[in-house]
Design a protein around this ligand. Structure first.
Ligand code: SIN
Ligand code: FE2
Length: 203
């Protein structure tokens, strides 16, 4: 196995099949209350290929006019995001190594051709707490580097039930999703990949 950059932890198979299935039901409830929407890049307004929603007191959103930010209300429905379910709080508690509670859980939905360009998660005031990421459904190719965009990167696959923690020196590591491998999981009836990222936003 290749050595990951400092502060990046990959925990393959953190969630067994039954836990994954339960989590899919939980995500369905979140999406029913708080529908997926198409986020847009700051300034250009270019639509992202990943559809998003959130749960938690704050949700990460982006649009052409106001760019990347956290806000308490869904940008389309104007409603507060649903609370972060206990099952996700439990995962955070197990792997985050912090006593603080997460405030945001971004729900990303990838269709077969969706991807996410290399970026840092740096819209949070609290950069001490880690980012905890949970993968469900089809496998993806995840890329991670260092704190500078020009740093070298390495890639590995994330399968359903895997957890990744970006903490410590890895908290501001550039990362992205290069591709989805269609039909690699039977968890989601219609295929695709769900990624959940839990974050502490305020200090
Ligand atoms: C993200 O960086 O927000 C998503 C990462 C992933 O989909 O694994
Ligand atoms: Fe990210």
């Amino acid at each position: 196995m290749q050595v990951l950059p400092k502060g990046i932890r990959h925990i393959p198979g953190f969630l067994d099949r039954e836990k994954q299935q339960n989590l899919v039901e939980t995500v369905r409830a979140i999406v029913t209350a708080s529908p997926l929407y198409v986020p847009a890049m700051p300034r250009t307004g270019k639509p992202m290929s990943v559809r998003m929603t959130n749960c938690g007191s704050l949700g990460w959103v982006t649009d052409k006019e106001q760019g990347y930010r956290y806000q308490a209300l869904h940008p389309v429905t104007g409603q507060p995001w649903p609370a972060i379910p206990d099952v996700l709080l439990d995962i955070w508690q197990t792997v985050s190594g912090t006593g603080k509670e997460p405030e945001a859980c971004l729900v990303n939905f990838y269709t077969d051709d969706a991807r996410m360009g290399l970026h840092q998660d740096r819209d949070e005031k609290d950069l001490e707490s880690p980012v905890v990421s949970i993968s469900l459904g089809d496998t993806c190719l995840f890329r991670v580097g260092g704190r500078e965009r020009s740093d070298s990167t390495l890639s590995f696959k994330l399968a359903s039930g895997d957890v990744v923690v970006l903490g410590g020196e890895g908290r501001l590591a550039f990362h992205g999703v290069d591709k989805i491998y269609p039909n690699t999981s039977t968890l989601l009836k219609n295929g695709g990949r769900i990624n959940l990222t839990l974050r502490r936003v305020t200090q």
